[in-house]
Design a protein around this ligand. Structure first.
Ligand code: FAD
Length: 525
């Protein structure tokens, strides 16, 4: 991670966009753009950042023809622009053609895999998707040249080298080398196909890919390369006498585009408490950001949202004003005969209610127990886990709370609502996919309210185990089996020298830890 604590830093050869710079960058740009809209709390995005960074290094000399950029949708200042660009899930990849209109919101790329090589090839496809008229000015032709175009060059004097890469039709090496040499003067790179027999005959080429060089003085010969690989070809050409890197004015402009985000001061807190600030921030984020990505709610989405609001209204053990707000929202949603509700109508109701009662859901997110040691770590996903642990524990403590809602008929209603919420709305799609797999594998077996509490605890520990040591792991809060021996010594035992959980004691601990009496309304210790 970079010094700023974000997933990407100034040292990475990519552009870090913000709400202010996104449109000016992609509108009427002389180059095409490939953007990753990510969320700094999305574990998958965090893990993927090393791939994206590797890609940025791999194609850094392609800037000018096609640029790579990122935008963090978890930053409050970017909420609106992410919504405007229709970003619902993270990461979302969008590309923008060169010379795009101001109304262009980009085209989503859903690739089978997102490894460096595949995305690099996608970038070439994007460039080739331009016509000769709207192609980025600095991008040389990427289409193959024919023997009719190339053979007349043989023996001619010139002020530069011309390199011809001869390759199979499905090879990307030629186009990659063309782009690798974009920032260099003194050499033109062309590609030609192995099917062009007159050319192969004239140049006496039989293996592919090969590289053939026309010198400025008119002489020409095949170049010897240890390996027939892009890196070898590009290096050979870059080190030819007289071939030089162009001065890059763009590099300076890139720096000006980096956005900067002040980080919140650290507040000490007690790890044995649950903070209402985190729970309310979870609701704030969920209502104002996660839901806002859906301009209207209908069908399954509307149903899931109603259920979620009902569960919170019935089980939330925090401030009465929050409960009141959720009750009002729930009554309103249930009374509406509509099949489709605009998101804005939901927000109007929340805002009106807040004005009347004068409380709840301030204009900002405030993490306490879910603070990260750096911006971009913990926050929302931490608070969502916390919220659902609190709700399962409260359901166990108040067995009749869901009576009359229609939800009580199913086993493990809180888990089922959580499952549907995560599946329908949770922005981190990779997380949602994992959670759905786990739910499909084991949630049906949960029969009692106690099991409901324990299932979520166990599932959360499985996720912790999977993520331990990954990039989303906050060094101050390393993922480990929870509760730790320090928090709950009675939860841990040994059986024949092997660690085992004492599940009865774990349940007791969870009841206490996530119970109403352990909620702290404070913002620090
Ligand atoms: P978190 O794991 O968010 O935990 C928050 C707090 O809950 C901890 O500080 C601790 O006090 C308490 N806690 C920890 N373990 C338990 C437990 N077993 N039972 C009860 N309480 C506990 N990220 C990915 O990279 N990949 C994924 O597939 C993924 N799936 C997710 C699925 C869901 C449903 C959610 C809500 C999040 C998912 N995440 C995933 C995010 C990830 O789990 C963390 O939430 C995130 O990395 C922040 O970690 P954290 O250190 O704040 O601790």
């Amino acid at each position: 991670l970079g010094a700023s604590g974000r997933l990407y830093s100034e040292e990475d050869p990519l552009v870090i966009l913000s709400s202010d710079s996104l449109k000016p960058t992609v509108t009427n740009s002389s180059s095409a753009w490939l953007l990753q809209f990510y969320s700094s709390w999305c574990g998958h995005c965090i893990q993927y950042s090393s791939t994206w960074r590797a890609l940025a290094h791999d194609v850094k000399d392609w800037q000018g023809a096609i640029g790579l950029a990122v935008l963090d949708c978890a930053q409050e200042e970017n909420f609106d622009v992410c919504k405007e660009f229709g970003i619902k899930f993270y990461p979302t990849f969008k590309y923008f053609r060169a010379h795009g209109e101001p109304t262009d919101r980009g085209t989503i790329y859903r690739g089978a895999d997102r490894e460096v090589r595949s995305v690099r090839q996608l970038m070439i496809d994007i460039l080739q998707n331009h016509t000769a008229l709207d192609r980025p000015e600095s991008c040389p032709p990427l289409e193959p040249f024919s023997s009719a175009q190339l053979l007349p060059l043989l023996g001619q004097r010139s002020d530069h080298y011309t390199a011809i890469i001869l390759e199979e039709p499905d090879s990307f090496v030629g186009r990659e080398v063309i782009l690798d040499l974009l920032q260099f003067s003194g050499v033109l790179v062309r590609r030609a196909l192995s099917s062009d027999l007159p050319l192969l005959d004239a140049l006496n080429i039989a293996a592919f890919p090969s590289i053939y060089l026309l010198h400025p003085n008119g002489s020409h010969a095949q170049m010897h390369s240890e390996k027939r690989l892009r890196f070898f070809f590009s290096s050979l050409l870059r080190t030819l006498p007289g071939v030089q890197r162009r001065r890059r004015s763009e590099a300076a402009q890139m720096g000006a585009l980096q956005d900067r985000q002040p980080s919140e001061p650290w507040r000490d807190f007690d790890r044995s408490k649950v903070y209402t600030a985190d729970l309310e921030s979870a609701l704030h984020y969920l209502l104002r950001v996660e839901l806002a990505a859906h301009s209207s709610l209908e069908g399954e989405e509307l149903q899931v949202f109603k259920e979620f609001v009902t569960v919170v209204a019935k089980l939330y053990p925090g401030r009465g004003s929050v409960v009141k707000l959720m009750e009002t929202l729930s009554d309103w949603l249930l009374s509406l005969p509509l099949q489709q509700i605009p998101y804005q109508a939901v927000m109007d109701l929340v805002d009106n209610k807040m004005k009347i009662s004068g409380v709840f859901l301030g204009a900002e997110l405030r993490w306490v127990g879910c603070q990260g040691s750096r911006p971009g770590l913990r926050g929302y996903p931490c608070s969502l886990w916390t919220l659902f642990h609190v709700l399962t524990v409260q359901h166990e403590a108040t067995p009749t709370a869901l009576d009359g809602t229609g939800l009580e008929a199913q086993a493990a209603p809180v888990l089922q609502v959580m499952r549907r919420y995560i599946r329908t709305f949770f922005g981190c799609r990779e997380c949602a996919r994992h959670f759905e797999q786990a739910a499909a594998a084991g949630m049906e077996q949960v029969k009692s309210r106690e099991e409901e509490v324990l299932w979520l605890w166990n599932q959360h520990n499985r996720v912790n185990a999977r993520l331990a040591g990954s990039l989303s792991d906050d060094p101050l809060f390393p993922k480990a089996p929870w509760p730790s021996p320090a928090l709950c010594p009675a939860c841990h035992e040994e059986n024949n020298g092997v660690h085992v959980w004492n599940q009865d004691n774990v349940l007791q601990f969870l009841r206490h830890h996530y119970g109403a009496a352990n909620l702290s309304p404070r913002y620090s210790l």
